[in-house]
Structure formats: C-alpha cells, structure tokens
Design a protein around this ligand. Structure first.
Ligand SMILES: [Zn+2]
Length: 317
C-alpha cells in the first residue's frame, strides 16, 4: 500500500491494529503513535504491516475496530495550559469555543480562584459524558477532557461543563482533607439507609419460588420489590458466588434457594439533591454544585451554604 510522510496509517501489529502517522516513507519506514496525555511512541514498521491509509486528514470514526481521532492541533494557553484539539471544529464552533473558555476564565479570575495546572483535550462528543477530569498526582498537570458538541457551546451549558471539570481540579489540588470531608458528610445526609426485614425477605423468597422463573418474577413484581430483589441477587453473588442463572437452575428443578437467601439487608436510597449525577459520589456532589452555582443555577440552601464556605477558602489560598 502507498503512503507518504504525514499520512495516517493503520498498522497491523502482533496482537492488534494501531493508528500511526507516517514520519519516514523510505526504508526503514517510521511512524509515530499518539499516546493521550503521555509521550508519543515512535516505531519502525514494514510495508506489509500497513492495512489502511487514511490520508493526512482522516475523519473521526472507526476503522478496523480503532477509534480514529488524531490530534489536529495544539494551542498553548497561558490559563488553560496546552489545549489539544482532536475534534474538527468549524469556524463558528472555534470562535464559540474560544469565547466560552475566555468567559469561564474571566469568571474564575474575577472570583480570584486558583489557576490550575492543566492540559485540555478537546475530543469528539461521545455518549452522555461531556467532560472528564483526570487528576495526575505524579505529574505537573491534570487532564481535563471536553467532549462538547456545537449544541453545548451556548453560554450556560458550556460554562457548566467546564466549571464542573475545573471544580474536580479544585477538589484535588486546592481543598484540604477536612474541607473535603465536609462534602462527604453532606453527601451522606442525602443517603437514607433502608432496613429490609426478615419477614419481607421471606415473603419475596416465597413468591420467587412459587413463580419458579426469575425473569418472570422480576417483570411482574412492583418497583420496590424489584429493588430489594436485585439487592438479594447482589448479596448472593457476593456471599455465595452464585449468579442469577445458577439460582434459576435450582428453581427449574423445584429446589429451594432458601440456603442462599439473605436474612437481613440494608439498602441505601438517595434523595435528589442537585441532579442525579451528583449522587454518584461526594466529589461529584461538589463538582456539580460548584458548576450549578458557577453557571447561575439555584442550589438547595444547605448545599449553597457549604459551597459558600468552600469557595471562601479558595480565594484566601
Ligand atoms: Zn464530574
């Protein structure tokens, strides 16, 4: 297959295909593989290793099971650090993106919040996650990944996405342990433990055994029972290392599954505090709350007051 310097090629290596950019088109052929957030990997290859040539400017997509998303450009920014553009943005999007970053920066500076040691990867939108933050304690910088589409570049949304990731950086770099612990306590306030009684559990066991079919039971029971039943399955998995289909084997032969059934259970239920995403951890509660406040959304009083106290510490430090 023909290839030139600067073209993106797919190489077949011993165990997998890799995307690389050709850096030398005479023998010995050389190419470079981009390593996200790390040092690029240089390698030599044989002409017969090349299984596809995607040209100098490949489109975002998937080829030979590989995600094709080469780095297009790196912009060095005094506030945001190196901004690496993987996403192909049109002129309007570039301008909106620039304005957005400027606006968020201005607001951070106006509040006298810290400048974080960052690198920013701008990638193509994929799934629901618009941003990601990777704290790298052994490196000088943390990595903020933005997966924003043109719909996300409007003021409120963009500011919320970026400030959310920025907040993760504050958590790691600028909050003391005791300050973080306050968020753990607040988070725990929104979690209610529900104790499931033996009587309830026995009742469910009886119903499942009568039904003889786990799938049918799960489809037919009410929402609360379903939550408890799923917890029972998790318990059986943890304690007895048995899966749903093992239990189904017993039931199919009219054998009791009582030996594996829990005697008691505790289930935690979370109240809607900020939005559902804030439920996943204290870190997310903090980052979501920060970004809500930052982009002008209202927060419940108890959260706003803790946020105010955390924020006042950033400006001092
Ligand atoms: Zn987050």
């Amino acid at each position: 297959m023909q290839f030139k310097v600067g073209e993106w090629i797919v190489l077949s290596t011993v165990d997998k295909a890799v995307l690389a950019k050709c850096t030398k088109a005479e023998k010995p052929f050389k190419a470079v593989i981009q390593v996200p957030g790390g040092d690029d990997e240089h390698l030599e290859f044989k002409g017969s290793d090349v299984i596809a040539n995607l040209g100098e400017n490949p489109r975002f997509g998937s080829v030979h099971g590989l995600t094709i998303e080469p780095l297009r450009r790196t912009v060095r920014h005094e506030f945001w650090g190196d901004i690496r553009l993987y996403q192909v943005l049109d002129e309007v999007a570039v301008s909106d993106f620039r304005k957005g970053l400027k606006r968020v920066q201005a607001k951070i500076e106006r509040n006298k919040f810290p400048v974080l040691p960052l690198e920013v990867d701008v990638r193509h939108p994929k799934g629901k996650t618009k941003g990601m933050f990777k704290h790298r304690p052994t490196k000088d910088t943390d990595l903020m990944t933005l997966r924003v589409g043109s719909d996300d570049l409007v003021e409120g949304d963009f500011d919320e996405i970026v400030s959310h990731e920025y907040a993760h950086g504050l958590w790691f770099r600028n909050m003391t342990l005791s300050e973080r612990l306050k968020w753990v306590h607040l988070y725990h306030k929104f979690v209610t433990l529900i104790h499931v009684t033996k009587k309830q559990l026995d009742g469910i066991l009886e119903d499942v055994e009568a039904e003889n079919d786990i799938g049918a039971f799960m489809r037919g029971c009410d929402a609360e029972t379903l939550i408890i039943f799923k917890e029972c399955l998790r318990h059986i998995k943890n304690v007895h290392s048995l899966d749903k289909h093992h239990l189904q084997m017993c039931l199919s032969l009219n054998e009791s599954i009582g030996d594996y059934w829990p005697e008691s259970l505790e289930i935690s239920e979370k109240e809607i505090a900020v939005d559902t995403y804030a439920h996943s951890s204290p870190e997310e509660l903090f980052a979501t709350s920060f970004s809500f406040w930052f982009s002008g959304k209202k927060l419940p009083k108890v959260i706003q007051s803790l946020l105010d106290s955390s924020i006042s510490k950033f400006t001092k430090g």
